[in-house]
Design a protein around this ligand. Structure first.
Ligand code: M6R
Length: 357
């Protein structure tokens, strides 16, 4: 039930800190360790490469998951769009391990890949929000995201829950390989939940951004580097699907290889700066588009902010920044759709679960 909320999407955005805390409680055992099935742990440990398969927002969570598994557990990972993988299958490694990410667990494109790789005898894990869903039943292992029913077509809390579960999976692997550092993933996730809550309580700020930057625009760019680029892709998808504003996410460095030609006086752009390693480069990309007249809204993380940035996010662990940086993007999409009078929970032409290829 959406209760006092005008839309399920807003309710689901607000639920995210609670969902992260729920993930923590479901995956932490009494002695504070990560609760993950040992057969799953061992099967993943034997893999020489992980293939993450998903669509839409779940694919974007998979991109963040790739980063987590590679940086934390040192496992090579490829993230693929399910529909492309099915018809353009890459050459697989000797011991592949497949991870399917799907809120609904019913997405036909992803299921197509699962059926194909099970025929080849490869192990598969499904990360899903729906226990007993097709992708969960047909994979060897399941990790639930515990986000509760997601009703709005635009996925929000499923995305952040998927990232939290992927982070725990990566830490569990790192521990299994004896390479876990000092970081306590539960503590870091709980700090991220607090930071998400702080952003959720600043809704007027995102409403103001929409007013200032997207009021009369038909398009918008989202830019970032590294993991911020992956979140930029998600921010663009959210804005497109519910407000119908044409939006694209770009890797900051790629703009000058073509797309910058589209930037003119007043073109709105939203830039993310949460990673210290690419902070200077993304700021210089922003200068390039500002010089061509772009109207840029800067979203940076505490410690990396400059005085003129529009939105400053509370600092969290560098690997978990997507959990926090996606919140303003979800809210920007929400308010942009609201001002345009769009049907926020049921955008045109879309279904909550896509059961045809
Ligand atoms: O249920 P799934 O996670 O497999 O769904 C995948 C996509 O269809 C889904 O994420 C879609 O992109 C959302 N509408 C995005 O908000």
């Amino acid at each position: 039930e959406k209760g006092l909320y005008p839309h399920y999407m807003l309710k689901e955005i607000d639920e995210q800190p609670l969902v992260i805390r729920k993930v923590i409680s479901k995956y932490q055992d009494a002695s504070g360790n990560i609760r993950i099935d040992s057969e799953l742990r061992n099967s993943l440990k034997e893999a020489d490469r992980v293939y993450i398969i998903a669509c839409g927002t779940s694919y974007h969570a998979g991109l963040v998951g790739k980063q987590l598994l590679e940086k934390v557990a040192d496992i090579p990972v490829e993230s693929h769009i399910a529909s492309e993988f099915l018809y353009n299958r890459p050459i697989l490694s000797k011991h592949p391990f497949f991870i399917f990410i799907s809120q609904s667990g019913e997405t036909a494109d992803s299921r197509g890949v699962l059926v194909a790789i099970k025929q080849l005898g490869y192990p598969a894990l499904t990360i899903t929000n729906v226990p007993g869903s097709t992708l969960s039943r047909e994979a060897d292992y399941t990790l639930l995201t515990h986000a509760g029913p997601e009703i709005a077509v635009a996925s929000t809390k499923a995305y952040t829950a998927q990232i939290a579960v992927l982070a725990l999976l990566a830490f569990d692997q790192a521990q299994a390989q004896g390479r876990a550092g000092q970081m306590n993933p539960f503590h870091e996730l709980s700090m991220a939940a607090n930071a998400m809550e702080i952003m959720i309580n600043k809704k007027e700020m995102m409403e103001e951004v929409v007013w200032q930057y997207l009021n009369a625009s038909r398009n918008c760019f989202f830019i970032g580097r590294g993991v911020d680029y992956y979140v930029a892709l998600e921010g663009a998808l959210k804005l497109k699907e519910i407000s119908y504003i044409q939006a694209e996410g770009f890797a900051g460095g790629e703009l000058k290889h073509g797309t910058i030609a589209l930037v003119e006086e007043g073109t709105p752009a939203i830039a993310l700066v949460t990673q210290s390693s690419v902070r200077a480069n993304i700021r210089s990309n922003v200068q390039e588009i500002l010089a061509r007249g772009a109207h840029v809204c800067m979203i940076s993380m505490e410690g990396m902010e400059e005085g003129t940035d529009q939105i400053v996010l509370p600092a969290v662990h560098e690997l978990l920044t997507p959990l926090v940086s996606v919140i303003p993007l979800q809210l920007i999409a929400y308010y942009a759709a609201k001002y345009r009078g769009c049907d926020i929970d049921k955008p045109r032409n879309l279904a909550k679960s896509v059961t045809v290829e």
